[in-house]
Design a protein around this ligand. Structure first.
Ligand SMILES: [Zn+2]
Length: 103
């Protein structure tokens, strides 16, 4: 798994534009799907706890460490300027649809 990530980093730094474009087309959807699956598993339940990180005896309040790390990388770290509010809710709907289809 680490090797695969290293390979992608290497490609991002060193591949020429046409190869990078083709790698991006095939790999970006896989990465976003991975994030979606991960975030879906760590989405707060109705009590505001993370179902994935909560144990039998100890509840983990959301946002858990996984969710916070994802937020840091995807939002706070600034992948792209934040979309306008109406776009964001459309994206949330699209995301939920994608997650529902994936299950
Ligand atoms: Zn969690």
């Amino acid at each position: 798994m680490w090797e695969r990530l290293d390979l992608l980093t290497e490609l991002a730094n060193e591949a020429d534009a046409p190869s990078l474009l083709s790698v991006a087309r095939s790999e970006l959807p896989r990465l976003t799907e991975g994030w979606r699956a991960l975030l879906a598993a760590h989405e707060p339940d109705e009590k505001g706890n993370c179902p994935e990180c909560s144990g039998r005896w100890r509840q983990q309040k959301s946002p858990c460490a996984v969710w916070r790390a994802a937020y840091e990388h995807l939002v706070a770290g600034g992948l792209a300027p934040r979309p306008a509010r109406h776009l964001r809710s459309a994206m949330t709907r699209a995301r939920r649809g994608a997650v529902a289809r994936a299950h």
